[in-house]
Design a protein around this ligand. Structure first.
Ligand code: ADP
Ligand code: MG
Length: 268
């Protein structure tokens, strides 16, 4: 079953064309990796799938088969919270800080639970096991403001706890390995890999590095440049080629107008 289907997607931000005819299909339970030079539109793609305001779809469609039936529903003009309800969750490249909101409560909100109140629930039972699962000590983290003063690894773990609470059908991870030390990276990747297996969850991962891939077992990798997917194929073959030769190999696949801009951005 096609879970997510993106056809000829064009997106502008503040009048700037960022996605230029992107096509992508993700089936239930599949793990896809997207890599590409900085500024190629990877985060824009994730924000457009999620429906973040300001990401204007000027052409094309995003459909998601997350509802009660297996038929795809067009997301183009659906608000962000409805997309989340359908089963799409994201771990942002730069997780936000939210002062005044406790981590336990944002995890509970993600799972559609009421805020914690000791009279109703003497011992907090929703966020606590999820924090333990992602390796954050609940006694230390539950009552802290979301993201405030967290290290890079702690931020990513806190985001992943929110994703697990939401039990999504599609999780989108925008550079889950950015700013995370190698040991934390391994535990985060193991947690994510187990979740994907247990829930038959589809996953779209954006990364520049291969470290987490053995744990997440991607089915396919895509090279993105200039707001388009230029090449799709075996993840380990594509990574090896990029590590050896960089992205220059793929620039020949860019349409001419877009290629000039990408080369300027890469300072070739
Ligand atoms: P990537 O994640 O691949 O590094 P992004 O999707 O973050 O790339 O950005 C793609 C392009 O869109 C970049 O040129 C970036 O400067 C531009 N862009 C992203 N967000 C905005 C914004 N809010 N306003 C203007 N331009 C933006
Ligand atoms: Mg990005």
């Amino acid at each position: 079953m096609n879970l997510l289907e993106i056809k000829d997607l064009h997106v502008e931000i503040e009048g700037k064309k960022v996605l230029n005819g992107l096509n992508l299909t993700i089936k239930q339970g599949e793990v896809h990796v997207i890599m590409g030079p900085n500024g190629s539109g990877k985060s824009t793609l994730t924000m457009s799938i999620l429906g973040y305001p300001g990401y204007n779809i000027t052409n094309g469609s995003i459909t998601f088969a997350g509802g009660a039936t297996s038929a795809g529903i067009e997301l183009n003009s659906m608000p962000i919270y409805e997309r989340a309800r359908l089963g799409i969750s994201i771990a942002y490249q730069t997780p936000p800080e939210i002062r005044g909101v406790k981590l336990r409560d944002i995890i509970r909100i993600a799972g559609n639970h009421p805020l914690w109140h000791p009279e109703n629930e003497p011992e907090e039972t929703i966020a606590t096991p999820l924090l333990k699962k992602v390796g954050l000590n609940p006694e230390q983290f539950r009552d802290r403001d979301v993201g405030v003063g967290f290290s890079g690894g702690e931020r990513k773990r806190a985001e992943i706890a929110q994703i697990f609470a939401a039990t999504p059908k599609l999780m989108i991870l925008d550079e889950p390995d950015a700013g995370v030390d190698i040991d934390s990276l391994k535990t985060i990747a193991i947690d994510l890999g187990e979740y994907i297996q247990e829930h038959d969850c589809a996953c779209l991962i954006i990364t520049h590095y291969r470290h987490i891939l053995p744990y997440l077992k991607p089915d396919i990798a895509h090279v993105m440049c200039g707001g388009k997917i230029l090449k799709s194929g075996n993840p380990f073959e594509i990574f090896t080629k990029i590590e050896e030769k960089g992205y220059c190999e793929y620039l020949g696949l860019c349409p001419p107008g877009i290629r000039d801009e990408v080369e300027r951005g890469m300072k070739i």
